[in-house]
Design a protein around this ligand. Structure first.
Ligand code: DGL
Length: 262
């Protein structure tokens, strides 16, 4: 009997940034990666429709994979449905991914931080509440990007990225105010760490880019019940694409991450 897997969920390939950290911390665990590519990008959805869609999808996913724990490796989904998922599936364990506003507020020296996210995450009450709770002493600039998640998808599949688009999308993050300037940018979409080197290259000045992936993986590890097997055998990790149409480039990418596309 296989151990129940850890499910890592995102709208596309962004959740792989979390999966790679989770693998480092939990090398003996089996993972199922789910990309809801049929509904990508989540950033453009209206809230009620997206909420309904994700809950419906989880009904089927939980039934099919019986995960020991589910990581919602998507800020756009977590900031909308993490509470609802816990309510609708009270026997399941969920780890969410929400903008790392608290660590940014603790670390900033200039007091000016930016949160780079999808338009959906920027609009969420959840995100506003995080700022009110943790960052009232900071100047927080919320920057919603229409293009970066799709750009990261193309980059990971085809290896190409238009740096001028990256430059334009990140430029609103850079704020100068009364002689101080932004010193932290929170990467509040799991796709963005794939582009961080291009962001560094096109940024007007150096900043700290906060990628929460390791913290999410640590949280998952802390909630995981002990493995049922003394020395669990490593079985194959799989990836499911809700479109059912993972093309050659996608399969190759999954293979690079040690995942077999179902
Ligand atoms: N990776 C997702 C996130 O963390 C968003 C990408 C999308 O717009 O679907 O927010």
């Amino acid at each position: 009997m296989n151990e129940p897997p850890i499910m890592v969920f995102d709208s596309g390939v962004g959740g792989l940034t979390v999966l790679r950290e989770a693998r480092v911390l939990m090398p003996d665990r089996r993972f199922i990666y789910v990309a809801d590519d049929a509904a990508f990008p989540y950033g453009a959805w209206e809230e009620p429709a997206l909420g309904k869609h994700i809950i419906g999808l989880f009904n089927g996913l939980i039934e099919r994979f019986r995960p020991v724990l589910s990581i919602i490796a998507c800020n756009t989904a977590s900031t909308l449905v993490i509470d609802a998922l816990r309510k609708v599936f009270p026997d399941e364990t969920f780890v969410g991914t929400v903008p790392a506003i608290k660590p940014a507020a603790e670390r900033t020296r200039s007091g000016i931080v930016s949160v780079l996210a999808t338009p959906g995450t920027v609009k969420r009450q959840y995100t506003r509440d995080l700022i009110r709770q943790w960052a009232t002493k900071c100047h927080v600039r919320l920057v919603g990007s229409d293009r970066l998640a799709a750009l990261a998808e193309t980059y990971m599949r085809d290896g190409f990225v238009d740096e001028e688009v990256v430059r334009a999308e990140i430029s609103p993050c850079f704020v100068e105010l009364e002689g101080r300037s932004t010193d932290i940018v929170v990467l509040a979409c799991t796709h963005y760490p794939f582009l961080v080197n291009r962001m560094r290259k096109t940024a007007p000045w150096p900043v700290d880019w906060i990628d929460p992936a390791e913290a999410i993986a640590r949280r998952a590890l802390s909630l995981l019940p002990p493995s049922r097997q003394a020395a669990p055998a490593r079985t194959e990790d799989c990836a499911l694409f809700t479109s059912g149409k993972a093309d050659f480039a996608t399969r190759r990418l999954m293979h690079g991450f040690g995942l077999t596309a179902l």
